[in-house]
Design a protein around this ligand. Structure first.
Ligand SMILES: Cc1cc2nc3c(=O)[nH]c(=O)nc-3n(C[C@H](O)[C@H](O)[C@H](O)COP(=O)(O)OP(=O)(O)OC[C@H]3O[C@@H](n4cnc5c(N)ncnc54)[C@H](O)[C@@H]3O)c2cc1C
Length: 478
């Protein structure tokens, strides 16, 4: 029942073009050091180092040969690493990486973090990092992992390494291909799409996509969606009024928007991400992370020990998650209710709300096809005599696309973008995409009220360089 995809994916999900890397924010000496560190992480191999495997066919041999000639020091990988660093990393991480690059850019700095490995027999007897042979550079990096006092340098290197590997393996050419994929046996899922999904943008009728607007068109576009709009020209603020403002269109925001809009409230939903539909999805890791994930998928904790992943697009996490839908187990509900005194979780209302959500997003536990890793996992558990149960998913029983985490290209997964948000816009809710809520606006409550302040609206930044205005969403009764 599915057709091979013929349409083009969304330009934002296609991957970077060369010119995107021309402007970089690191100076030339930092770039030189970065390039030589990238080479240590992923060097090219000499053809002699490849052992011939007679089982391989000719095309495998060719792709492996090509792989061996590639290195992360080749353009545009270092430029892409620099751009990712400046665009995505925390200020602290940028400072640590720049410190490492600065040290590597000078002879004294390299001596400090590389020791005797930077010595040379020729004048000036000490080499900076980029002048040292690859073999010695590798030894220097190994040292960074051994000595306690080099911890900041090691942290900087680990950060560069993560960005470098991401850039190297997710970088695509104009045909959306990466030259290493064939050699490592990686394929981007071939997209098959349900015919009903083609050209279907169910939220568009009540959506303002900031990416398509300018300062001149914005007011008109908001008014066309039935919003009352005024302007504060002095402060360059565009004001809209409504009954309810919801920040974020994910699992929570989507359900709240639908329920409140159905109850007759005028709902405005602010979403900082953009709107993509199944026909837009490319299944390409690099651009999909960049456009559909919080911080482009690069969001480490401050200590760098953990990466946090969250969706940032219309539908939030539900647009990129793996569709596993496990109802809160009774033992957990009991713990919440009894140990944390949240009685709601043991009520009939909570149980029935969970049933309603599962029904609306089409949860089934009758999945027919499971992925290879899970087949292996199941077999292992069964061999050990462990109980194995199917994980219910919010997609049809024969759903299997392998790339739901980059947006389900079949359109079969039922995230909020194809369920609750559709209900919300059908009942008059307006979704504003590319709109980042930045400040909650409060007013003093009258005397005698339990809470001193009341929230009366939200001030947002509009994520489009063509727009200088900010958006104020104010609650009607204020
Ligand atoms: C790759 C991946 C796989 C997952 N797999 C599963 C799974 O199989 N099963 C499961 O149960 N869970 C899974 N999850 C987790 C699940 O998706 C999340 O728990 C769920 O989406 C959280 O819902 P939420 O409403 O709290 O926030 P989200 O769904 O994350 O929505 C938050 C939304 O708010 C927007 N936003 C944030 N700040 C602002 C702002 N200031 N202004 C405007 N908009 C803003 C974001 O862009 C985002 O779209 C997965 C998550 C990921 C990332």
């Amino acid at each position: 029942m599915y057709e091979e995809r013929e349409t083009e994916c969304h330009p934002l999900l296609q991957g970077d073009r060369d010119e995107d890397f021309k402007t970089i924010s690191l100076c030339s000496s930092e770039m030189e050091s970065l390039t030589s560190i990238c080479e240590v992480i992923l060097p090219s191999l000499s053809p002699n180092s490849l052992t011939q495997n007679h089982d391989n066919n000719k095309s495998d041999d060719e792709s492996i040969k090509l792989f061996s000639t590639l290195s992360a020091s080749q353009y545009p990988i270092p430029n892409k690493v620099a751009r990712l660093l400046v665009k995505r990393a925390f200020f602290e991480a940028i400072m640590v990486v720049r410190l490492v690059l600065k040290l590597c850019s000078s002879r004294v700095g390299t001596l400090l973090i590389g020791g005797s490995l930077c010595f040379s027999v020729k004048w000036p007897y000490i080499n900076k990092f980029s002048e040292i042979s690859l073999e010695r550079r590798e030894k220097i990096v190994q040292k960074w992992f051994k000595h306690h006092f080099l911890t900041p340098v090691r942290l900087g290197f680990v950060f560069i390494k993560s960005l470098c590997l991401l850039a190297f393996f997710s970088q695509v050419n104009e045909k959306s291909k990466n030259p290493t994929w064939e050699a490592i046996g990686y394929n981007v899922a071939t997209t098959k799409q349900h015919p009903n999904q083609q050209n279907n943008r169910p939220l568009q009728k009540n959506m303002v996509e900031i990416i398509n607007e300018t300062d001149h068109t914005l007011v008109n576009s908001l008014m066309q969606k039935g919003l009352h709009v005024t302007e504060n020209l002095k402060e360059n603020i565009c004001k809209i009024t409504c009954d309810v403002v919801i920040i974020g269109s994910g699992c929570g925001g989507g359900v709240a928007a639908a329920v409140l809009a159905k109850s007759g409230k005028k709902v405005v939903l602010l979403e900082k991400g953009d709107y993509f539909t199944p026909k837009d999805y490319s299944s390409l890791e690099g651009p999909s992370l960049d456009q559909m994930y919080e911080s482009g998928g690069i969001l480490p904790t401050l200590d760098g020990k953990l990466m946090i992943q969250a969706g940032s697009t219309v539908g939030g996490g539900s647009a990129v998650n793996w569709s596993a839908c496990i109802k809160t187990p009774t033992s957990v509900l009991t713990e919440w209710a009894e140990e944390h005194n949240m009685k709601l979780y043991r009520t009939h209302e909570y149980a029935s709300a969970m049933d309603i959500v599962c029904e609306r997003i089409g949860v089934t536990d009758k999945c027919v096809k499971i992925g290879f890793q899970n087949q292996v996992f199941r077999k292992g558990c069964e061999s050990l005599g462990l109980k194995v149960e199917d994980v219910p998913q919010n997609a049809s029983k024969d759903h299997y696309c392998g790339s739901c985490c980059f947006g389900c290209p079949t359109g079969d997964k039922k995230g909020t973008d194809s369920t609750w948000l559709v209900d919300a816009v059908d009942h008059g809710a307006v979704i504003i995409t590319g709109c980042k809520a930045e400040k909650l606006l409060f007013t003093e409550n009258g005397e005698g009220k339990r809470r001193g302040k009341r929230c009366v609206g939200v001030l947002s930044q509009l994520m489009n360089q063509k727009i200088s205005k900010r958006l104020q969403s104010l609650l009607e009764d204020h």
